[in-house]
Design a protein around this ligand. Sequence first.
Ligand SMILES: Nc1ncnc2c1ncn2[C@@H]1O[C@H](COP(=O)(O)OP(=O)(O)OP(=O)(O)O)[C@@H](O)[C@H]1O
Ligand SMILES: [Mg+2]
Length: 545
Amino acid sequence: MEPRARGEGARARARSGGRGRGAHPPRRAGRAAGRLLTLPPAVRLAGVEKRFGARAALEGADLVVAAGEVHALLGENGAGKTTLVNVLAGLVRPDAGRLEIGGRAVDLRRFGPRAARVAGVGMVHQHSTLVPAFTVEENLAFADPAAGRWFRPRAARARVEALRARYGLDAPLGVRAESLSVGQRQRAEILRALDRGARVLVLDEPTAVLTPGEVRALLPVLRQLAASGCGVVFISHKLDEIRAVADRITVLRRGRGVGTVATAATDARSLGRMMLGRELDALAPRRAAAARGPVLLALRGLCAPGLREGSALRDLELEVRAGEIVGVAGIDGNGQRELEEVLAGVRRPSAGSVEVAGAPVPLGARALRARGVAHLSGDRERAGLVAAMSVAENLLLKATWDDRRFFRRGRFDAEAAARHARACIEAFGIVPPDPERAVGLLSGGNAQKVAVARELAERPRVLVAVNPTRGLDVGSARFVHERLLALRDAGSAIALVSTELDEVLALSDRAVALVRGRLVPLPDGADRDAIGAVLLGEAPGVAAA
Ligand SMILES: Nc1ncnc2c1ncn2[C@@H]1O[C@H](COP(=O)(O)OP(=O)(O)OP(=O)(O)O)[C@@H](O)[C@H]1O
Ligand SMILES: [Mg+2]
């Protein structure tokens, strides 16, 4: 482990205008908490309070992150995790509380995103904030306070390359951000934060949008950052990731810190109890399907063009019967999005057909919906919800004039719509229970519940669920799983396309995998290595044709 000073240290000092702000003393890296305690913490947040209107998002939350550790933040949807890290990044001004960065007190009344950057706080948002038309190196130079007036491509490249090599972060240079994969964009954002001299790096649910392989690649990078003396704040709903990467875990419940524990000294059960105030197994108990009925959804020789190489759909054959859940496992980029888009009616197949209850359907969003096909997407930003619209409006989003629930003789019945919104909020536990609130102001998980409520409330005949629990905490995910099982038991046919293998295995009556655009059988039993090999296309018979 090397003492940090040299290159970026000097850069960070230069950036802070030579006044010493944000230039922390060199730190020795180390994982042992004992050694870390002798240094000032990278971050100390104490007694943070924040209200949004009548709602308290934070009520006296604390967070102490040591330099050189990965510190996980865990809590239910709406517990205040994002709000707390936004305070640290200068994006939310708290009503009360104290903040120290690298042992220096910060005046929160005059703290903003720029001051946070100068103080060494880097934030990696879940959704890319890169300029799509710029390359990685241009993005790094863009709005860089330390950059001169002119963009110097060679120097920019050299800087990025040095960081890339040091942290094992692979983001291609010379390529526009818009054509990068989600994982590459995220790595570019981390590079940008490091390039600006970040000593504290905050990642808000970075893994929610990554493939399993990308997650496996990201976690060692976080360890490497910590080893170089950074304080890393890592938010995730996935306990296995947290246990793999975090030194300590702070649990938030309803805006308050419940406690901070060393990862090695705790287990999933007690974390669950801290988080929820009760015990809960992550997955709903498995129940076998009662009776299967006729085939309600069928893909017949379905082919569709792909967004990239290897993701074109090739000759898919699949039947889903009434009363069963058919799981489609797989890693993103193997045709998952293409299949979702075809079944949502927004991508035209090049051959083959989709049948609902035995009859081919014209593939358009309205036609599918009219035949009772609902579409629940985990990609709420792109496919599920309109952030600027209220909860009530989002619940109505797919209703048409012939929807008897909201229209009487072609006239919109506002009272019925309001009743429906209140019922959904109640039934699906959407917090806060305010139908007029814009969905963009809900926590990520509560926004996802709005999409779930809209698609499930109607009891669709066929449900296409794609990553339905993305971003949900364990309690909410389990709730959705139970709703899916109940829908199945009520006789609906469910196609569950998920990149989460556990979800597929736990819920499906039958499962296949979508690999390089083809459906292939999953090996029987719970041999994860064998399943993993199939998903990665390594098993015999799956090789690209
Ligand atoms: N800008 C805002 N305006 C109004 N309310 C907000 C705003 N931001 C957050 N809230 C509310 O504050 C509470 C905490 O939200 P926050 O996003 O911090 O939760 P979270 O722990 O990150 O949840 P999730 O796991 O779902 O992402 C939520 O009830 C949310 O609705
Ligand atoms: Mg959040």
